[in-house]
Design a protein around this ligand. Sequence first.
Ligand SMILES: C[S@@+](CC[C@H](N)C(=O)[O-])C[C@H]1O[C@@H](n2cnc3c(N)ncnc32)[C@H](O)[C@@H]1O
Length: 211
Amino acid sequence: MKNDHSEINYQAHWDAAYTRTPNEKLGWYEEDLSPTFQLLDKCHALPQSKMLIAGAGSTTLVDELLNKGFSNLIATDISQVSLTYLIDRVGSNKIETIVDDLSQPEKLTEIESVDIWIDRAVLHFLMDKNDQDIYFELLKSKLKSGGFALFAEFTAGGATKCCGLPIQQYENHQFSEKLGNDFQMVDTFEHTYYNPNGDPRKYIYSLFKRS
Ligand SMILES: C[S@@+](CC[C@H](N)C(=O)[O-])C[C@H]1O[C@@H](n2cnc3c(N)ncnc32)[C@H](O)[C@@H]1O
């Protein structure tokens, strides 16, 4: 998967990141998933609610969702390596995985609609406006009416790079502009995440509901 707007092979970039670094040492590894659950709790999800974890990598959010009884999960990522680690950990029969590029989706266009779309630290890597538009078109084409979109992205005053790549900082008006009028904000807060090196990273967490 090669992004047309860049010479970088993003799949190889992310596969290399996951290959050279153990999960708990990754610059985005989080032990404390409570900010995400603070928002997920507001979705009143049922055990069978379908959740798409965009750019899941090898996140332990999947383990935690499975522990809580959610069984209808799709983890998607550009990195095959990360999803292989995830499957090795949780079991291939526990979760559906899809290797795809959110800015050039192929397989993701084929999935059934989902109740909840979760993105932590993925959208902010899409620097190109066209890539962002494709991402949001996919989200809107796959999120059910009454469904929820949960974002956790770097925000103003925080880091400008991650994993050697530039990132776009987000504020709520940017989510709202991209989502359009049939999405209403349910909750939002800022959260400072400390990465495994102890460095602070300022995030914005926001939950939107589709009418
Ligand atoms: C900073 S990590 C966050 C991983 C996970 N969401 C978490 O919170 O632990 C960013 C993830 O986005 C994935 N990613 C980056 N660009 C992507 C793209 N265009 N399409 C799909 N996944 C992408 C990377 O492979 C990586 O797993």
